[in-house]
Design a protein around this ligand. Structure first.
Ligand code: NDP
Ligand code: MG
Length: 332
């Protein structure tokens, strides 16, 4: 795959365009501020009153110096309408407030392919449909930008009636400094499937279950939870940082020979072929749309499983002990 950098992209196409960022949460905040600091004309579309209460995102966007307006008004004014609402909320807001404003020649942009890929949003054919997806949480993205660098990103084009869709999405990525790290071009399907697979099996789901099981085994065997927390959670970051810096080889060089011997001789006994088979099943569930259908169903029921899971982990010792330990060992 080709990795594109600053010198491969011309962002002058954004000069006379307005980007309407819809939603000012984790990604909306980070991306809007990076675009603004790069001289792009950005407006924010939000909902002033959400669930009967003033929406903190509206207030924050105003305090950060943006022109903030209702979603429909921003979608009308924007040449590029960049939807950064939670994925599950996007279809209803799109239908009621954005779709009527999507006139020919405009571009609709996303940071995750979910709603296009699973056809929960079907834009008109005369509108460009693009994706600029950062491979980082918003906080990290903004920090990297302020440090004079950027995070890597994925870009994709789904519809290109203007003939300029690719130029526009590359320009957005450059303005957010992702081309400083490097961007890859892919399809909406590739981004959506690999993103869902990664967060379920490795990054969020896999990681949390690995740490939780390790913690429980030590505690149930009578080891102090504080020690178990250090071993199975705190040190995770230090190990992952080493892999991030220089691969598995670098990590193996830094840990002791004893740790390295244990890593090769025991690790694959813990996470072996049966886990790979389960991961393959999870990937199939993602690709077939089964997972998306389950998530949409859960959202429509008011997210009972999500709420119960949050409550349950909040009570788990890995979280209660973790909270105390992070306080105790914080830099004073
Ligand atoms: P958040 O949940 O952080 O933010 C969404 C924003 O939308 C918030 O400002 C929220 O307001 C607002 N909002 C929620 N419901 C409504 C509504 N009904 N009407 C109007 N505004 C509403 O979302 P993310 O930034 O996490 O996700 C945005 C997109 O970016 C998604 O497509 C996601 O997949 C993608 N993405 C996210 C990443 C991440 O790290 N979070 C990484 C890469 C891509 P309030 O908070 O006040 O409720
Ligand atoms: Mg992701």
């Amino acid at each position: 795959m080709d990795v594109l950098h600053d010198e491969d992209v011309d962002d002058s196409i954004l000069k006379d365009k307005t980007v309407a960022v819809i939603g000012y949460g984790a990604q909306g905040d980070a991306q809007a501020n990076c675009l603004k600091d790069s001289g792009v004309n950005v407006i924010i579309g939000e909902t002033e009153i959400l669930g009967g209460r003033p929406n903190p995102s509206w207030t924050k966007a105003k305090a950060d110096g943006f022109e903030v307006m209702p979603v429909a008004e921003a979608a009308e004014k924007g040449d590029i309408v960049h939807i950064l609402l939670p994925d599950e909320v996007q279809p209803e807001v799109y239908e009621s407030q954005i779709a009527p404003q999507m006139k020919a020649g405009k571009a609709l942009c996303f940071s995750h392919g979910f709603n296009i890929c699973f056809k929960r949003i079907v834009p008109p054919e005369d509108v460009d449909v693009i994706m600029a997806a950062p491979k980082a949480p918003g906080t990290e993205e903004r920090r990297a930008y302020l440090d004079g660098f950027g995070v890597p990103g994925l870009v994709a084009v789904k519809q290109n009636p203007s003939g300029k869709a690719r130029e526009v999405v590359l320009a957005l990525s450059k303005a957010m400094h992702w081309t400083k790290a490097g961007i890859l071009e892919c399809t909406f399907e590739q981004e959506t499937y690999e993103d869902l697979f990664g967060e379920q099996c490795v990054l969020c789901g896999g990681l949390v279950e690995l740490m939780k099981n390790g913690f429980e085994v030590l505690v149930e065997a009578g080891y102090p939870p504080e020690m178990a927390y250090f071993e199975c959670v705190h040190e995770m970051k230090l190990i992952v940082d080493l892999v991030w810096e220089g691969g598995i080889k670098r990590m193996a060089e830094v840990i002791s020979n004893t740790a390295e011997y244990g890593m090769w001789s025991v690790g694959n006994e813990i996470i072996g072929p049966e886990v790979k088979v389960k991961m393959q099943k999870a990937l199939k569930r993602v690709e077939s749309g089964e997972f998306a259908a389950q998530w949409v169903e859960e959202y429509k029921k008011g997210r009972p499983f999500l709420k119960a899971s949050r409550e349950e982990i909040g009570k788990h010792e890995i979280e209660t002990v973790g909270e105390e330990i992070r306080q105790l060992f914080k830099k004073q």
